[in-house]
Design a binder for this molecule. Sequence first.
Ligand code: THU
Length: 134
Amino acid sequence: MEIKQLIKKALCAREYAYAPYSEFRVGAAVLCSDGSVFTGANIENVSLGAANCAERTAIFKAVSEGKRSFEAIAVASDMDRLIYPCGICRQVLAEFKVPVVIAADNKGNYRVYKSEELLPHAFIEFHTSKEKRK
Ligand code: THU
């Protein structure tokens, strides 16, 4: 799967955005290690805090279909400049070890980042006080 193809899928997914409040459409496409691709769009809610970003929609779709290993995610919006995942999405990228983020614009121009660059020192494990006592 080429980077350009993954961006194209993200741009197509953007068409399904449900964004009546922000009117800001975002699309994402996550490439799984088995070659499959899951797409997602942002889904808003009248209770604004209940909005879900495109990146999380794509990743959650993949995870809920049994995917656990990922290669990259592409994200694009209606803007003619690159878009980057929000903080919550960066945390989700860290959880599922999506190693590469392709930030794209509405024309398909892009830059490639390591997820580590976008969220250094990510919180990826914890132990309970119970385990600590062992
Ligand atoms: N949004 C995304 O879907 N992805 C991002 O990377 C940033 C923001 C959405 C959330 C909300 O629906 C709208 O964009 C405005 O914040």
